[in-house]
Design a protein around this ligand. Structure first.
Ligand code: MG
Length: 155
């Protein structure tokens, strides 16, 4: 078995789209990023890469490469999954925590889970997305950013 851990954080600014888990979430503030800024997909991508010791998302898809500008983060996730498969592993489960002060994510978690499960070829029961606020503390609590933690287990 292998375990992988990933983390990502993006700044939020007024008037930008907020995309998490491939789902566009209605919000006055959205992510600042070179790609589409999907912090959930980025954290899971890094967890997968970490589990097979294949570096990190910034090495594979540098933000200095114009090809990655506004890139759909599904591509990063699919490439990480390829590394996992090439190394002879399958994903046992994925667990994530999204930290976002606002808006509330509860109603968007089912479609986010479905999307992540489909992209990774998993059952929804193998994919967990939890959401928390930051209790109004620090920059995340002031709605200046969104952060995601992810762990994966491979077998
Ligand atoms: Mg990112």
């Amino acid at each position: 078995m292998r375990i992988g851990q990933g983390f990502d954080i993006h700044r939020l600014e007024e008037g930008r789209p907020l995309i998490l888990g491939g789902i566009k979430i209605p919000s006055p503030k959205g992510v600042v990023g070179h790609s589409d800024g999907d912090a959930l997909f980025h954290a899971v991508t890094d967890a997968l890469l970490g589990a097979v010791s294949k570096g990190d998302i910034g090495q594979l898809f540098p933000d200095t490469d114009p090809k990655n500008k506004n890139q759909n983060s599904e591509l990063f996730l699919k490439r990480a999954l390829q590394f996992v498969q090439e190394a002879g592993f399958k994903i046992a489960n994925v667990d994530t925590t999204v930290i976002l002060q606002a808006p509330k994510l509860a109603e968007f978690i089912p479609p986010m889970r479905r999307k992540l499960a489909v992209l990774l070829g998993l059952q929804e029961s193998q994919v967990s997305i939890k959401a928390k606020t930051h209790e109004k503390l620090d920059s995340l609590g002031r709605q200046e950013g969104v952060a995601v933690h992810a762990v994966v287990l491979l077998m």
